[in-house]
Design a protein around this ligand. Structure first.
Ligand code: DQA
Length: 145
């Protein structure tokens, strides 16, 4: 079972950006955490990060026929990108949305999630742990098919 983990804009600056919201651990620490979570779950992962909306759309399209599911934190594009929503719907791979922070408790503009409309579940406000939960959720879903 192979999962694609997508992280959107500014998540490469974890540790530096608003540590009171996103924590003090950097993106390299997130990659280590994701690898450990994948090994624990017994799944293969590939991680992709981009600050560019089109590159994220390309990665979702390229996942078709290659990956069994997608874990996505579209970051700011969560709240703006119909293109990412449409790409997720187009490939129709089981997808789970993750946010480090609890976006429901923040500014009003973070309350809408376009990508979330194409996802089976959302984990938010759990920090890195949300990605682990997402990997385990997809593993369960995919193994029971
Ligand atoms: C985020 C929440 C988004 O609103 C924000 O734009 C991000 C990160 C999160 O992980 O909490 O960049 O997706």
């Amino acid at each position: 079972m192979k999962l694609l983990i997508i992280n959107g804009p500014n998540l490469n600056l974890l540790g530096l950006r608003e540590p009171e919201i996103y924590g003090k651990q950097d993106y390299a620490a997130l990659l280590d955490f994701l690898q450990a979570s994948a090994e624990e779950a017994g799944v293969e992962i590939e991680c992709f990060q981009s600050n560019h909306e089109g590159a994220i759309v390309d990665a979702i399209q390229a996942a078709y026929g290659v990956f069994d599911g997608i874990v996505i934190n579209p970051a700011a594009y969560t709240h703006t990108s119909v293109a990412i929503l449409d790409a997720l719907k187009a490939v129709a791979l089981p997808a789970v949305e993750v946010h480090l922070s609890d976006v429901s408790l923040r500014e009003d503009f973070r309350r809408i999630s376009y990508a979330g409309m194409a996802c089976q579940k959302t984990f938010m406000g759990l920090g890195f742990e949300g990605y682990r939960q997402a990997i385990l959720f997809l593993k369960d879903r995919l193994s029971s098919r």
